[in-house]
Design a protein around this ligand. Structure first.
Ligand code: SF4
Length: 357
């Protein structure tokens, strides 16, 4: 059986090896022993966007798709604790605005939504061979893309929905390791398909949705103008950096970041090195305390116990449980396991689960 590394593993491994060691399925596989469902606005909005961009319904009248997308949103929100009514209403207003705005900028055709991939990871010392764990098991990288589209120039793009307060810094998007790794992995998973890059689709949850959309004059070359929408070229003429285009308004923003061959080669190499470290024998595990990371860490109690010589096993036994095995998952909208053809309708709009980005 293959050792499967997820994007969450990579992120956790780099943030703090102790937290990764405690929580990763590759290691001790603990999780807090609670079944409380947290109100995750991003998850609910993504459920709606997965329906909105479902390929089989792309040519349907948007007035028909809109209530289906909102129904998917409500299905997620229905599991939230009752004291989140305001957040749920705000999210619905945000989606309403988005559905008004998106058709003016959706200059692409969706190909896949919520689709899983799993690929082998090359050996960093010999990329022709696949990496193997010390016991000989294959080492794989797995994740789920949110959306794959083809644009008017027949270029394929991955789309990453970013739902949260404020805007992401443009360099944070350029440096987005998950987006780059997904680009590399999808090309390996779907041999022959070249991915031009990632479209970061930002929905700002702290925006004032009672105000009219701001109409701002277009900026930069190639600008186009429409109500509540502006387009600007942020960076397209500097040698050695990806081409970046951005458009949007005060609530929504689209940033295209191209991913080239040189970057893909470096992504492959970095992923291979990390995977070798994670799966190799004799890995050093140590904490990396920093309040930015520790403030949201689910393993603070056992970590403090380990630091202070208290019985960490007892802390884990008292408040944590071992994570259940990974279930075979249907994509949120079926992934690749059933028809994506025009006119096809998903058999259900249920929620998915599993490794996120
Ligand atoms: S509390 Fe901080 S140092 Fe401890 S495991 Fe969590 S992230 Fe690491």
């Amino acid at each position: 059986m293959a050792v499967v590394i997820t994007p969450a593993d990579r992120q956790s491994f780099k943030r703090c090896r102790r937290a990764w060691d405690l929580g990763s399925r590759l290691r001790q596989s603990w999780e807090p022993d609670t079944d409380v469902v947290e109100a995750d606005l991003g998850e609910a909005v993504r459920a709606a966007l997965a329906v909105w961009y479902f390929p089989g319904m792309w040519e349907w009248d948007r007035a028909i798709v809109r209530p289906l997308a909102l129904a998917a949103y409500h299905r997620v929100v229905a599991d939230w604790p009752e004291d989140h009514t305001d957040v749920a209403a705000h999210g619905e207003r945000l989606l309403g605005r988005y559905f008004d705005w998106a058709p003016s900028v959706d200059r692409f055709t969706p190909i896949r939504v919520e689709t899983d991939f799993e690929v082998s990871i090359p050996d960093p010392t010999d990329p022709v061979r696949d990496l193997a764990a010390p016991d000989g098991a294959a080492v794989h990288f797995a994740g789920r893309i949110e959306l794959l589209v083809i644009d008017a120039f027949n270029s394929y793009w991955l789309v990453d929905h970013i739902i949260g307060d404020g805007w992401a810094d443009v360099d944070a998007l350029v440096l987005d390791e998950a987006g780059a790794a997904f680009t590399w992995a999808w090309e390996r998973f779907f041999l022959g398909m070249e991915i031009a890059g990632v479209i970061y689709n930002e929905l700002r949850t702290d925006a004032d949705l009672t105000a009219d959309m701001v109409v701002t004059p277009p900026v930069g070359p190639g600008s186009i103008a429409s109500v509540g929408h502006r387009r600007m070229y942020v960076r397209s003429d500097r040698a050695g950096v990806p081409e970046i285009t951005r458009e949007g308004n005060d609530v929504f923003r689209r940033t295209r970041v191209s991913r080239g061959l040189v970057e893909m080669e470096r992504v492959r190499h970095n992923l291979s090195l990390e995977a070798r470290d994670m799966t190799g024998a004799g890995l050093a595990v140590y904490p990396s305390p920093s309040w930015d990371v520790c403030s949201t860490c689910r393993f603070r109690p056992p970590c403090i116990a380990l630091n202070t010589g208290v019985d960490a096993e007892a802390v884990l036994a008292g408040g944590y449980r071992h994570r259940p095995p990974v279930e075979e998952r249907e994509g949120r909208l079926g992934g690749i396991t059933w028809s994506m053809g025009r006119g096809a309708r998903p058999p259900k709009f249920g929620r998915g689960s599993g490794p996120g980005r």
